[in-house]
Design a protein around this ligand. Structure first.
Ligand code: TYD
Length: 142
């Protein structure tokens, strides 16, 4: 199931394969997520009160899901800002390029899994919110 947050940002729910042994979710590039998966990373051991992300990407697509625990992701396209709670391994967020994101409120033991469309590249990052707004042509998000 695909649910629009706003243009460039969708919740993608992945089908769960379950039987009497437990559950499994498989995520395939170009099938369950609309990009080739070039990189996988996961964030864990997050300190209470910590904020992560706080940047946008020029070209990178990402899909993020909390495989354990929960966290809150704020996504901002330069005009609108939304909060998405990732609290189920069945629910992932597809973040297209040019979305400012921040992750916070990590529960104890939370593991945030991120699938990315390209290798790590510092040059793809936009870390200054003013620069992001000038590139998106937006005013500050409400
Ligand atoms: P950082 O960009 O601060 O993570 P986040 O935006 O998720 O809070 O990255 C933390 C460190 O990890 C930084 O030294 C860069 C490194 N890193 C990699 O080496 N590869 C990666 O794929 C990522 C996402 C980060």
């Amino acid at each position: 199931m695909r649910r629009l947050i706003f243009e460039n940002c969708h919740i993608l729910e992945q089908p769960v394969v379950g039987d009497d042994r437990g559950k499994l979710v498989a995520v395939e590039g170009q099938r369950s997520v609309p990009f080739d998966i070039a990189r996988v990373y996961y964030i864990f051991g997050t300190e209470p009160g910590a904020e992560r992300g706080v940047h946008a990407h020029r070209d990178l697509h990402q899909w993020a899901t909390c495989v354990s625990g929960s966290c809150v992701l704020t996504v901002d396209n330069g005009r609108e800002r939304h909060e998405v709670t990732l609290d189920s391994p069945e629910k992932g967020l597809h973040i297209r390029p040019m979305i400012w994101r921040k992750m916070r409120n990590f529960s104890e033991g939370a593991v945030l899994l991120v699938l990315a469309s390209a290798a790590y590249d510092q040059a793809d990052y936009i870390r200054n919110y003013g620069t992001f707004l000038s590139l998106t042509g937006g005013g500050a998000a409400k």
